[in-house]
Design a protein around this ligand. Structure first.
Ligand code: GRF
Length: 203
């Protein structure tokens, strides 16, 4: 069994989709939710699903042991960042090299880097008058939004599109693809994974 830890500090809608996909899965389970924000929506979702939660604090995460002992105690194989805003410290990148995935709500390398999160990303896409946006699922390394790409999917920017409308459509795209891409990755697919191979998977 491959064990996932999902790091999330927001509403947790992606975490919820991922938990749903791997409930009763033969080879993959979500074993832990890691969160740095008391009151985050993801905590209720984990509670309802009966998945253990680990609350982390900044000093120990950034400058201490990065909670690696707890991750190892839970037998975590792979870390999924789904709306986790702190930079992953080098010590954790090293311990889980090639085994930390992040989702970014734009087509990297555009609209990425420090400060590019949440609505800032979609505002940047609209301000640049891009003709399309999308999602990038990538490995995490020492630099923001920099590791090897595992998957991208795009959508056209519609006439009259606003950052808010784009955010909604990108969120839908994340929910549609993130769980399936994680599954393919964990089952050993060649990367980058192409869209058609994901679309042909059974949910
Ligand atoms: C997503 O848009 C993701 O791309 C970004 O944070 C957001 C998390 O949303 N990294 P949710 O908490 O999963 O609803």
């Amino acid at each position: 069994m491959k064990k996932l830890a999902i790091f999330a500090s927001g509403a947790g809608s992606n975490a919820q989709q991922i938990m749903k996909r791997f409930r009763n899965h033969a080879d993959i389970e979500v074993s832990l939710i890691v969160c740095n924000r008391p009151g985050a929506g993801v905590l209720n979702i984990a509670q309802t699903a009966g998945i253990p939660k680990l609350m982390i604090e900044r000093e120990r995460f950034m400058k201490g042991d990065a909670y690696i002992p707890e991750l190892e105690n839970f037998g975590i194989d792979v870390i999924i960042l789904a709306g986790f805003l702190w930079k992953v410290p080098n010590r954790l990148v090293d311990a889980y090299r090639g085994r930390i995935l992040n989702i970014h709500p734009a087509l990297l390398p555009s609209h990425g880097g420090k400060g590019m999160y949440g609505m800032n990303v979609h505002e940047s896409v609209i301000a640049d008058q891009d003709t399309k946006s999308g999602i990038t699922i990538h490995l995490v390394d020492e630099l923001y939004d920099h590791g090897a790409h595992i998957f991208q999917a795009d959508i056209p920017i519609l006439p009259g599109e606003t950052p808010a409308s784009l955010a909604t459509r990108i969120h839908e795209l994340e929910h549609r693809y993130f769980p399936a891409v994680i599954e393919k990755f964990l089952l050993g697919a060649d990367c980058p994974i192409d869209l058609s191979s994901i679309e042909s998977m059974t949910p």
